[in-house]
Design a protein around this ligand. Structure first.
Ligand SMILES: [Zn+2]
Length: 81
């Protein structure tokens, strides 16, 4: 289990989809167990989305597509296991 300090150190990479799969899993695990970090993560994510949205208002941000694909891949992988 990660500490909050460790979680926050990885948060921006996590939101940018830059973390390795094993670290990502630990971060998601921490998120599901720690309401404080969940709020921080959610707030940071929204801030980034607003920032990105102001940069390119007419297209779907790349990050959304990446997240959707990652979620789909996880679902597919889960079914195979
Ligand atoms: Zn925490």
């Amino acid at each position: 289990m990660l500490t909050c300090k460790e979680f926050l150190a990885e948060l921006t990479d996590f939101l940018d989809e830059k973390t390795d799969a094993d670290i990502r899993e630990k971060l998601e695990n921490h998120l599901s167990l720690c309401p404080n970090c969940w709020v921080i993560c959610d707030t940071t994510k929204k801030t980034i989305e607003v920032y990105k949205g102001s940069m390119k208002t007419c297209t779907i941000p790349d990050g959304v597509h990446t997240r959707l694909m990652a979620a789909l891949e996880r679902k597919i992988a889960a079914k195979k296991l």
